[in-house]
Design a protein around this ligand. Structure first.
Ligand code: GLU
Ligand code: MG
Length: 448
């Protein structure tokens, strides 16, 4: 989109502030707001931000080991194609940004969005355009004291639909006014829990849309005086995932490269190898897709979130589900769904990890083994071992150790981003384990 068009749209909508958005290693959405009269410069050259934006963890702590200290700046450069006016907030527009070096056009090597852009372009050059949808679950609820949403609604109830009807209508209107296609709303398993299913988009655009979805849900809920949380395990007996649906397409022939040629197969050879790569790197991937201590409270057997490194057709307990689709829709709709991903991830890195692992599987022709047609949580150890199915990491620390050993994911992220990410995330794990000492002291003081 031309700068001129953006400025005109801002004038028409009487926008005062334009938010320049980015997501850090912490998985949190950040931004700088530009006053409209200064927009032209910001759209052309970006605005400076300190490199240390990549040194903060999700606990808001600045991490010394994260490589970037008080010295040095980069630029937050808007991707104008992502600009949109946020009708649900007063006089605000927003645009997704890439972190770039101060001079020239080069991306900063520790910037997550640019790392995904690089990987997507390389896949596109190989004739494999990723088509993606991030299926985000969240709670929207009234709470005077930060407590649990009330009620005991179960799965997909009409009571749940009525309960959140007003806020959901406003969320959907707001998303559609931004050009985001909304396919359905699901009143999920628990009181206040919702999912808005949006259409697939190519590459980085799908992730940008997801960032806008998060912003929109939070903004609309605020205007209804409701609380929002996307935390993986915010309350007892409920989990919020952010499943990633993914297929690769040949742009020239507009064909889905995951669609099988025979009706007996769930996936093409390429699709199968892609799954093989994901399962191969699954433990390390989790450090990108499920990157908080809380994520691992979600990733329990039989929580619908996936706890084992297996794949299955229509299997909601497998890390990779191949959704079942009617035979006349197979060419267009065949895809995979990665389930152990959540909303605390930096979505650019979550998708980057999946694409890099899948590409590695394609390159090495990695076979994923037979699809599992059972709940892995109900399989005995012998059956799991026979199939090479492993329990996925049960803590953030374990996943980070696996990531530290994963050369394929390091190469895809670039060493600078990889090292700073590991340092930031390790600090969260260390903060948690350190807090356990206090808990133990309090718990055991009377026992010994
Ligand atoms: N809430 C589940 C999760 O954390 C998923 C439920 C569903 O299949 O939609 O992944
Ligand atoms: Mg769901």
């Amino acid at each position: 989109m031309e700068s001129q068009t953006i400025r005109e749209r801002c004038e028409r909508a009487d926008v005062k502030l334009v938010r320049l958005l980015y997501v850090g290693n912490d998985g949190v959405i950040h931004g700088h707001s530009i006053e409209r009269s200064h927009l032209a410069d910001a759209l052309e050259s970006g605005v400076p931000v300190p490199k240390l934006v990549q040194s903060f963890n999700a606990l808001g702590q600045r991490i010394k080991d994260a490589r970037f200290d008080a010295v040095g700046e980069v630029r937050l450069v808007p991707d104008r194609s992502t600009f949109r006016v946020l009708d649900h907030e007063a006089r605000v527009a927003a645009v997704c940004c890439t972190l770039q070096e101060m001079d020239g056009d080069a991306a900063w090597s520790a910037g997550p969005r640019a790392a995904l852009e690089r990987l997507v372009s390389s896949l596109e050059n190989d004739g494999a355009v990723p088509s993606l949808a991030l299926e985000s679950e969240f709670h929207v609820y009234a709470s005077a004291d930060g407590g649990q949403p009330d009620g005991d609604r179960g799965l997909y109830t009409t009571d749940g639909m009525r309960h959140s009807h007003d806020v959901v209508l406003d969320i959907i209107d707001a998303l559609e006014s931004q050009g985001i296609e909304v396919k359905k709303h699901v009143a999920e398993y628990a009181p206040g829990q919702n999912e808005i299913v949006t259409g697939h988009r190519d590459g980085v655009a799908a992730v940008d849309d997801y960032v806008f979805l998060r912003e929109t849900v939070a903004g609309v809920a605020d205007s209804h005086d409701l609380e929002t949380t996307f935390l993986p395990h915010p309350f007892e007996a409920t989990t919020n995932g952010c499943h990633v649906h993914l297929s690769l397409w040949d742009e020239a022939t507009e064909t889905n490269r995951f669609a099988p040629s025979s009706a007996d197969e769930p996936l093409s050879r390429m699709g199968r190898h892609f799954v093989g790569g994901i399962l191969d790197h699954c433990s390390a991937l989790l450090a990108l897709t499920s990157p908080t201590v809380n994520s691992y409270v979600r990733l329990q057997p039989q929580a619908g979130a996936a706890a084992y490194s297996c794949w299955g057709i229509g299997n909601r307990e497998a890390a990779v589900r191949v959704p079942e689709v009617p035979s006349d829709e197979r060419d267009a709709a065949t895809r995979i769904e990665f389930r152990p991903a959540d909303n605390t991830a930096n979505p650019y890195l979550s998708v980057l990890g999946l694409l890099a692992a899948g590409r590695d599987g394609i390159r090495n022709e990695t076979e994923p083994g037979e699809a599992l047609d059972a709940d892995p949580g109900n399989c005995d150890d012998e059956r799991l071992a026979e199939r090479g199915i492993r329990r996925l990491p049960t803590t953030l620390g374990e996943a980070l150790d696996a990531l530290a050993d994963d050369d394929v994911l390091e190469a895809a992220m670039g060493t600078r981003l990889f090292e700073s990410y590991l340092a930031v995330k390790r600090s969260e794990w260390e903060a948690f384990t350190a807090s356990a000492a206090t808990w133990e002291r309090q718990t055991l003081r009377q026992t010994f």
